[in-house]
Design a binder for this molecule. Structure first.
Ligand code: AHR
Length: 503
């Protein structure tokens, strides 16, 4: 039997709530239809934002929302998205389906959405095709509280007070869609552009994020850090608060990707094996960042992650619309456990993307909405947000899956919140077999009681929610545990993500 030993006296860092962050790009039906339907829509909305979607998102406590891209960010000219809507420029969304972007969702609408969600803001600037002046003026428009051309323009457009920009991304994927730059070139550009991401008097400091690597491009991380500052801790910490990492799971590789719903056991393990690879990526990129920032002040921001499958048959291939099954729930559970465990370095992560795109937490069709299995995992894991990571060690659980795609049978992470409640999240990656785990605590004398236990699972590993059957896979009360003299024994069904909360 597997054994999970929790040392509740050994805290290993605070789990930044932002690890549970989201990403919304002008891509397919994420913003338009998914989040924003416009004030005149028959779909109930507040200032154009869908009420059903906003209400559902509030339940998972969205901590931060990244916008406007993605690849779109490096083609986005923010001035096209302000002022009276009728006068806003229309543009072609070259990356995503070649559709017309009418700019009806712009800066003001983004901050309104974040206001409704009650979340922090993460604006991604345009370094690839924009100028330093354009980026600097955007920051001035959003955050300056005084008399200046951009602050006056904002007021003219109906927003007297400045907004709070919590995070600002200086370009996106500048090794690819953001300009095909070399790390040395980008590193130099980063120095220049970030200079003008100003902290105006009285405004809360903006955390600046440098464009990091694609997957295992350790060369990029190292070379950008070599160039982007003069190797003094003062300059590093003045220049950047985070460096990003992007990693997507596509079981059959970039070209084919594989179906979101039609897969067998081998592909189940292949997908989870690729999801678990996040641990290697986080560890190895962190090792590099450690060399420049031993004090761990610069966060590794995994600001795009998730599954990327072939689009749903019959949908626009440029819209990246895919279903989400129990397999996605496991990918989310495994990945979030990894981020929790590395909370000393991972300070933010943003699942791609929030609604209707890739591993979305919500899908919409007209006025209908469904919560995906991934949504329910985020709902359970919300208890980790801002909690203290506790030392936990798993033994005796072994590995499962075919030789080439072995994965740990069980993954876990454990935290304690301000009220002293310990949240234990466990994933059983086996496609077929239940697994018993004996949970023990270092503090033998203390008797813990289970205050809450929930699970996301299904007997069918391809199970998912549809508009006809929206509650096929949901969070259910979990009863498969027994409190013993030595701790708690749980029986985790195959294909399951479970949380147990004890006090
Ligand atoms: O999330 C979809 C796309 O994936 C983003 O626009 C880009 O940054 C990444 O390649």
């Amino acid at each position: 039997m597997a054994k999970l030993l929790i040392n509740e006296n050994k805290m290993e860092g605070t789990i930044a709530p932002e690890i549970y962050g989201h990403f919304s790009e002008h891509l397919g039906r994420c913003i338009y239809e998914g989040l924003y339907v416009g004030e005149n829509s028959e779909i109930p909305n507040v200032n154009g934002m869908r009420c059903d979607v906003v209400d559902a998102l509030k339940e998972i406590k969205v901590p931060v929302l990244r916008w406007p891209g993605g690849c779109f960010a490096d083609e986005y000219h923010w001035k096209d998205g302000i002022g009276p809507k009728a006068g806003r420029k229309k543009m072609i969304n070259t990356h995503w389906g070649g559709v017309v972007e009418d700019n009806s969702f712009g800066t003001h609408e983004y901050f309104e959405l974040c206001r409704q969600l009650g979340c922090k803001t993460y604006v991604n600037g345009n370094l690839g095709s924009g100028t330093v002046q354009e980026m600097s003026e955007w920051v001035e428009y959003m955050t300056f509280n005084g008399v200046s051309p951009m602050a006056d323009l904002r007021k003219q457009n109906g927003h007297e007070e400045p907004w709070k920009v919590d995070y600002f991304g200086v370009g996106n994927e500048n090794w690819g869609c953001g300009g095909n730059m070399t790390p040395q070139y980008y590193g130099n550009e980063y120095r220049r552009y970030q200079t003008y991401v100003r902290n105006y008097d009285g405004a809360a400091p903006i955390k600046k994020i440098c464009c990091g690597a694609n997957i295992d491009d350790y060369h990029w991380t190292k070379n950008v850090l070599d160039v982007a500052f003069d190797h003094t801790p003062e300059q590093l910490h003045g220049f950047m608060d985070g460096i990003s990492l992007h990693y997507y799971v596509h079981p059959e590789g970039w070209e084919i990707k594989g179906s979101a719903t039609d897969y067998d056991e081998e592909v189940w393990y292949k997908t989870l094996n690729k999801a678990y690879y996040m641990e290697t990526l986080v560890r190895r990129h962190s090792d590099i960042i450690d060399q420049y920032d031993p004090d761990k002040k610069v966060g590794l921001m995994v600001d795009e992650w998730g599954t990327w499958f072939a689009c749903e048959p019959g949908t626009n291939p440029g819209f990246l619309y895919q279903q989400s099954t129990v397999r996605d729930a496991l990918v989310a559970g495994v990945t979030l456990n990894i981020f929790n465990k590395y909370c000393d370095r991972v300070k933010m992560a943003n699942i791609a993307q929030m609604v209707n795109v890739l591993q979305a937490v919500i899908l919409t069709e007209g006025e209908k909405m469904v919560k995906t299995p991934t949504y329910h995992v985020f709902h359970m894991y919300r208890h980790h947000q801002g909690a203290e990571l506790l030392n936990s060690t798993l033994s005796g659980s072994g590995e499962v899956g075919p030789e080439e795609w072995r994965v740990p049978n069980i993954t876990e992470s454990v935290s304690r919140d301000r009220d002293g409640v310990i949240t234990i999240t466990l994933n059983n990656l086996s496609a077929t077999a239940a697994e018993k785990v004996e949970i023990a605590f270092a503090d033998h004398g203390k008797k813990y009681e289970v205050v809450e236990a929930n699970i996301v699972t299904d007997k069918q590993m391809q199970a998912h929610n549809t508009f006809e059957d929206p509650d096929h896979v949901t969070e259910q009360a979990f009863t498969g545990y027994e409190v013993t003299a030595d701790g708690i024994t749980v029986t985790l069904p195959a294909c399951s993500v479970t949380e147990i909360r004890v006090k």
